[in-house]
Design a binder for this molecule. Structure first.
Ligand SMILES: Cc1ncc(COP(=O)(O)O)c(C=O)c1O
Length: 491
C-alpha cells in the first residue's frame, strides 16, 4: 500500500518514514541474526547483481513498500557478510547496535561539519571523543586536543581528529611530515623544488604507505621497504638505520617513517620505541599505524602494543576494525597540529567566518583531505557510553582468548604449522604439505560458505590468515573453523 496522503510534493512524509524506519530496524536486526546461516562469501558471478536491477532510473517514483523483499532477493545474495561470526578474513570490520544508532542519528541530523561554525557539536564532540580515546588507550598528553579550544587560548599543540580511514591518516601524516621537512617548500613550490625525500616502512606494512608516497608526488620508488626479522616479522631497526644513513649520506632526506602495530600480513608489532631513536637522529617524522591492534591498548595488559607512541609525531587506530564502531572511523592524533594544518589548511573567501578567524575553534577541514565531513563522533560516543571501557575490554579479551585457544589447537595438530607469533587475534598458519595444499584448503573452505579466510605470503610461501574479531564470533565458531581445517586438510 502506498501512503500518498503523507507526502509533501515529491517527498516521503514523516509518518511513512517512521513506518518504514521501524521496518528497516526490524530488517537489520533480523539480518544480523541470520547472518551466521548465510554463505559468508557472496555466491554470485560478476555482473549478476547489476543485471538484476533495472538498467535506467524510474521516470516516476515507486513505492518503497517492497524495499525489504527486494533487499532480501537482490542485495543480500550479493553481499559478503562481514558481520557473520564465521568471518575470519582480512581484518574484522565489526560494529554494534549502539554504533548503528549513532550512524542513524548522524544520517538523520544530516550535518556537514567542515568547519566549527557549520556544526559546533560535530567538532566539539569529536575533539572530546579523541581525548576520551586517548585516555582509553593510555596515549600521552602530547596528543590531547584539550578543552582549551573555545575558551580563548590557542596554546594547544597536539590534537586528534577522526579520519575516514587509516589510509587517510597515513597520507595526512606524510603530507605533514613533508611540510615540516621542507619548511613548506614542497607544498608551495612542489616536490621538484626540494632535495629528494625518502620514506620508510616495514616490508609487511600496509599498502597505504606506498599509495601515500605515490599520491604525495614523492614517487613510490622513494619508499624503502625495510626488511623484517624472520622470527617476529617486525621491522628491523638495524636495517632501518642502515637505509636511513645511506640515504642521508647520498644527499637524500629521510623524512618519514611509518611503524605498524599489527601488520596486515602477520599482525607483527614493530618496535616503535627503538625505531624512534633512529628517526630522531635523522629528524624524520614518526607515524605509528595502529589500525588493527592499537585498540587492544584499552586493556592494561595489552597496553604494550602502543609502546613508543610517546615518541611519535602521529598515531592512528581504527575503531572501525575491532572496536564495534561502524566503518568509517579512524582516530588520528598528531603531536604538533600546526605541521598538519600548514600542510592541509586553506581559507577561501566563501568560508571566512568570525569563529575561525578568532583562532578559538578547530576547523577540522584543515586536518583532512576532503572539505566536508560526517558527524562520526556520534557513533563512537554511543559505543563508549554503552560499553564503557570495561565492556570494551571484556569484548576484546574474549576475542583474544578464543584466538589463543585456536592457536593452541593449531599447535597440537600435526597437519598445521603456526608461522608467525600470535599474541593477539591474528593467527597465521600453513599446511605441513606445502603451499598448494594450504591454498587448496583455503579455497575449499571459502567455497563452502561455512567460513571466510584470506591469505598472505611469507618468503613467497602461501599462508592462511585467521583473523578473529567479528562482534558475534564465539569459541563455537572457532571450533567449527578448526573442524573445517581438519576436514579439508587431513590425510
Ligand atoms: C595495518 C593497517 N593499516 C592500514 C590499513 C588500511 O585501513 P583503512 O581501510 O582504514 O584505510 C589496514 C587495513 O587492513 C591495516 O591493516
Amino acid at each position: 500500500m502506498h501512503h500518498e496522503s503523507d507526502r509533501t510534493g515529491p517527498h516521503l512524509g514523516p509518518a511513512e518514514f517512521e513506518r518504514l524506519g521501524a521496518e528497516a530496524l526490524r530488517w537489520i536486526t533480523n539480518y544480523l541474526d541470520r547472518a551466521e546461516t548465510l554463505p559468508v562469501a557472496a555466491q554470485v558471478e560478476p555482473g549478476d547483481i547489476r543485471r538484476s536491477f533495472p538498467a535506467t532510473p524510474p521516470e516516476t517514483g515507486t513505492s518503497l513498500d517492497d524495499l525489504f523483499e527486494v533487499m532480501d532477493e537482490k542485495v543480500v545474495p550479493g553481499l559478503t557478510h562481514w558481520q557473520s561470526p564465521n568471518w575470519f578474513a582480512y581484518f574484522p570490520c565489526n560494529h554494534s547496535f549502539p554504533s548503528i544508532l549513532g550512524e542513524m542519528l548522524a544520517a538523520g541530523l544530516g550535518t556537514q561539519g567542515m568547519i566549527w561554525a557549520t556544526s559546533p557539536a560535530c567538532t566539539e564532540l569529536e575533539s572530546l571523543m579523541m581525548d576520551w580515546a586517548l585516555d582509553a588507550f593510555g596515549l600521552p598528553d602530547r596528543f590531547r586536543t584539550g578543552a582549551r579550544d573555545g575558551d580563548g587560548s590557542s596554546d594547544c599543540i597536539g590534537g586528534g581528529v577522526i579520519q575516514d580511514t587509516a589510509s587517510s591518516a597515513t597520507f595526512c601524516a606524510l603530507l605533514a611530515a613533508r611540510e615540516r621537512a621542507t619548511d613548506g617548500v614542497a607544498g608551495r613550490d612542489g616536490v621538484s623544488a626540494c632535495p629528494p625525500l625518502v620514506a620508510y616502512t616495514s616490508e609487511h606494512a600496509h599498502s597505504s604507505v606506498e599509495k601515500a608516497c605515490g599520491m604525495a608526488g614523492l614517487g613510490r620508488a622513494n619508499l624503502r621497504l625495510v626488511p623484517s626479522d624472520p622470527e617476529t616479522l617486525a621491522m628491523r631497526p638495524d636495517e632501518l638505520e642502515r637505509l636511513m644513513d645511506e640515504d642521508a649520506a647520498a644527499g637524500r632526506i629521510p623524512f618519514y617513517v611509518c611503524t605498524t602495530c599489527g601488520t596486515t600480513s602477520s599482525g607483527a608489532i614493530d618496535d616503535t620505541a627503538a625505531i624512534s631513536e633512529i628517526t630522531r637522529k635523522h629528524g624524520a617524522w614518526l607515524h605509528l599505524d595502529g589500525a588493527m591492534f592499537g585498540v587492544a591498548a584499552i586493556c592494561p595488559e595489552f597496553r604494550w602494543v602502543l609502546a613508543g607512541a610517546e615518541h611519535c609525531d602521529s598515531v592512528c587506530v581504527n575503531p572501525h576494525k575491532w572496536l564495534f564502531t561502524n566503518f568509517d572511523c579512524d582516530l588520528f592524533w598528531v603531536a604538533d597540529r600546526q605541521a598538519l594544518t600548514r600542510a592541509l589548511g586553506i581559507m577561501p573567501e566563501y568560508l571566512r567566518n568570525a569563529p575561525s578567524e578568532s583562532g578559538k575553534v578547530i576547523d577540522y577541514r584543515d586536518w583532512q583531505v576532503p572539505l566536508g565531513r560526517r558527524f562520526r563522533a556520534l557513533k563512537l560516543w554511543l559505543v563508549f557510553r554503552h560499553y564503557g571501557l570495561e565492556g570494551l575490554r571484556t569484548a576484546l579479551r574474549e576475542h583474544i582468548a578464543i584466538a589463543q585457544e585456536f592457536a593452541d589447537m593449531i599447535d597440537a595438530d600435526p597437519d598445521w604449522i603456526r608461522c608467525a607469533p600470535s599474541p593477539l587475534s591474528l593467527i597465521c598458519i600453513r599446511h605441513r604439505d606445502g603451499d598448494e595444499r594450504t591454498q587448496a584448503v583455503l579455497e575449499a573452505i571459502n567455497a563452502s560458505g561455512e567460513a571466510l579466510l584470506s591469505h598472505t605470503k611469507f618468503d613467497d610461501h602461501y599462508v592462511i590468515r585467521v583473523s578473529i574479531g567479528q562482534t558475534r564470533t564465539r569459541l563455537e565458531h572457532v571450533h567449527k573453523l578448526f573442524e573445517l581445517l581438519g576436514m579439508h586438510g587431513h590425510g
